[in-house]
Design a protein around this ligand. Structure first.
Ligand code: ADP
Ligand code: MG
Length: 691
């Protein structure tokens, strides 16, 4: 592939800078999609579109220039222009230097009488004709008119040493050099069937669209392409997982399962029972399980996972249970102790910081098969950890783990079954895009007797009054803030500052703090004290979001509630209502942000994660906590799953038809598609095998 070094104006130095952005070939450069598009046409020619950002600009003839000094050692080069719409002016600012003429270049480029374009920022929003100048171009500069002004202009993510203008020029040259015009890797019937732009024109139009329609068409083409490749990768991954023979057979012996059930003290809900049946059927099947268990906070996923681990143990297999944080791993360790009492199951907690000798012994025991269940954080995926016969991998609260970590853990157990759990109900589109290789079990109901958490918007005052009441009745309270330290934003409250204030405000109560920048040990102590009822009020960040289970906590106060996505709000709310007490969640907004009104109203109206997950506003927030950002690394450059659900549905439909006709993409017309898939998801991502 042609190196960009040979592109006009690039050379080895700039090529190295491009290299830092992962751009080596012309095709890489063309796949470096703009971050946004500026509409730099004259106002009359502009279109209103969510994709186009209107840019203030002046086109006119220079009448007069003035070079001014200010008291602060600053110099201003002022340009007065005559435009079609009257007078305008633009100012360039520079620091004065006694050694050289700071405006020499400007004076040369912007003489009186010349017609020019100048972009910039209005000095005063009321006067669009007075700009603080950014870029300028001569009106007879054809090259500039093709790339920089008088048209829709791409804006790129940059790195030190590369200006937007330079990247734009390089991309333009790459388009001229004919990059991106290679034969289409999409089969012609799909391109025709879906009315997609072909790659050459699309590559040009995504960077230098003539109009909004063209831009939309180009984006549609590339988003479809990304989603089709992703959908294909998941389908192939799914097939490959299921084509392995486990080589061992499970028998439901009930030597452990029966006493476990008898000792639970409650009966499984219908949803739990169904999930267990589905999981057991998978585990007894000749090929490995790859299943996602989805259940709202408090729906009882832990005992479902324990059942699966006991089935493995009954059959002499080892299990590993990975939790996203040390706090959660410890909490689970205690829970396991309670549920596994007297069963003779050997389980151990691998901690980040353990005495070396202790750790060594644990790893030896594990390798010798003297441990049935290993609990821990992602440390259990660490290098030195070896199992004798790992049969089951359980990952709790998956949204905190990346796709790569999931793959790493799985690789530990040759042919092991894998169960992934999440408390974030996932809308169907997101499930298909993020976990397209997995089967799904859902627990829809909560155990009987749970009362929904009453949710309301409140002022800070009301919320603190409620906190005082709860504490007086011996219940515990979480008060959550969005950031750890104070920031410049006046409306945003921080844990550290508020903690100091609340200590005074709630004098006589035991107030503690918990946030992500405390040491592991400090966090553990804070959590332990709270769980044991030694503190009344825990002032915390979102670190408490996942999994923490303190039944005596009856009030959750979320400050700056306007800043959280619906999925996060719901997770936070799930920290209360876990015991026999009537519980409340109070949302304190300190302003508005985007569609925050809609989010807060939805929270008040519904206590069901499943109901919430049907809302668009949920998908946007869920994307964040489910790690769609990780998928940003997975080469989803343009697709946005909350917006492009329709295209995903099309891509999945086309994928299914494609694979039904040609399961291994071996037909001659599919060679290029196969190669592309291999480059992306076999070589770069190691997600699938594709020779
Ligand atoms: P999550 O799905 O959020 O991980 P947990 O597994 O932590 O939920 O369960 C929440 C609580 O409900 C635990 O205290 C657990 O022991 C209890 N629990 C689980 N299943 C049932 C059930 N069927 N009936 C009553 N309580 C249950
Ligand atoms: Mg849980």
């Amino acid at each position: 592939m042609a190196s960009i070094q040979f592109l006009k104006g690039v050379g080895p130095k700039k090529a190295e800078l491009f290299g830092r952005l992962g751009i080596e070939s012309l095709d890489d450069l063309l796949s470096y999609f703009p971050r946004k598009w500026e509409d730099r046409r004259l106002p009359a020619a502009r279109e209103t579109s969510p994709l186009l950002e209107p840019v203030p600009l002046i086109k006119g003839r220079i009448k007069r220039v003035r070079d001014m000094y200010t008291a602060g050692g600053l110099r201003i080069f002022k340009v007065f222009l005559e435009t079609a719409r009257g007078e305008a002016e633009a100012s360039f600012f520079k620091r004065h230097s006694p050694r050289f003429d700071v405006f020499g270049q400007l004076r040369k480029d912007l003489p009186e009488g010349r017609e020019v374009w100048i972009t910039g920022v209005p000095e005063d929003p009321l006067f669009q004709s007075r700009l603080r100048a950014a870029e300028y171009y001569a009106a007879d500069d054809d090259r500039a008119l093709r790339m920089h002004v008088g048209r829709i202009v791409p804006v790129y993510p940059l790195t030190e040493g590369l200006t937007g203008r330079f990247v734009r020029e390089a991309v333009y040259e790459a388009v001229l050099a004919g990059a991106g015009a290679a034969p289409d890797f999409l089969p012609p019937e799909l391109v025709a069937g879906r009315g997609l732009m072909s790659p050459g024109p699309a590559a040009r139009a995504i960077h230098f669209p003539e109009n909004n329609f063209e831009l939309e068409q180009a984006r549609r083409r590339f988003i479809y392409e990304e989603l089709l490749l992703l959908a294909l990768a998941w389908a192939i991954k799914r097939r490959q997982t299921r084509s392995v023979a486990k080589g061992f057979a499970y028998e439901v012996k009930k030597t452990l399962l029966a006493p476990f059930r008898a000792g639970l003290g409650f009966r499984f809900t219908a949803g739990q029972a169904r999930a267990i049946n589905e999981i057991f059927a998978d585990m007894r099947a000749p090929t490995p399980m790859a299943r996602l268990l989805e259940g709202d906070v408090g729906s009882g996923k832990t005992v479902v996972a324990l059942s699966a681990m006991l089935l493995a143990a009954e059959n002499g297999g080892q299990s590993v249970f990975a939790a996203p944080t040390e706090i959660l791993a410890e909490q689970h360790y205690l829970t396991f102790g309670r549920f596994l009492k007297g069963l003779g199951v050997r389980f151990a907690l691998l901690k980040g910081r353990m005495k070396a000798s202790e750790k060594k012994k644990m790893i030896e025991d594990l390798a010798a098969g003297r441990i049935d269940i290993l609990l821990g954080t992602h440390a259990v995926m660490g290098e030195g950890v070896r199992f004798r016969n790992l049969r089951l991998v359980v990952i709790d609260e998956q949204h905190r783990f990346g796709v790569r970590q999931r793959a790493a853990l799985r690789a530990k157990g040759d042919r092991a079954d894998m169960l992934i759990m999440t408390a974030t109900p996932i809308p169907r589109t997101l499930f298909l895009a993020l976990y397209g290789d997995l089967d799904l079990s859902v627990i829809r109901e909560l155990p009987p007797g749970r009362r929904p958490v009453r949710t309301a918007e409140a002022t800070e005052e009301t919320a603190f009054m409620a906190a005082r009441d709860e504490a007086a009745r011996g219940r515990q309270v979480y008060i959550v803030y969005p950031v750890i330290e104070e920031t410049a934003e006046a409306d945003t409250k921080s844990v550290k500052a508020e903690f100091e204030r609340l200590k005074t405000l709630f004098r006589g109560r035991r107030v503690a703090m918990l946030h992500g920048r405390m040491s592991g040990e400090e966090k553990r102590l804070a959590m332990e004290d709270f769980a044991a009822g030694r503190t009344d009020i825990l002032v915390a960040t979102q670190v408490i979001e996942v999994g923490i289970d303190v039944p005596n906590a009856a009030l959750m106060v979320i400050n700056n509630a306007e800043r959280y996505g619906l999925a996060s709000l719901h997770q936070l709310r799930g920290r209360v209502g876990r015991g026999k007490h009537e519980s409340r969640c109070l949302l304190v907004a300190h302003g508005r942000s985007g569609d925050s009104d809609e989010r807060l109203r939805a929270m008040v109206a519904s206590s069901s994660g499943f109901e919430l997950s049907e809302k668009d506003i949920y998908i946007r927030g869920a994307g964040e906590i489910l790690g769609v950002r990780q998928h940003g690394d997975m080469d989803l450059k343009l697709a946005d799953l909350s917006r492009d659900a329709g295209l995903l549905a099309q891509a999945i439909e086309d994928r299914d038809a494609l694979l039904a006709a040609d399961p291994d993409l071996e037909k001659p017309g599919h060679g290029r598609l196969r190669r592309r898939l291999r480059e992306l998801y076999a070589s770069r991502w190691d997600l699938i095998d594709l020779s």
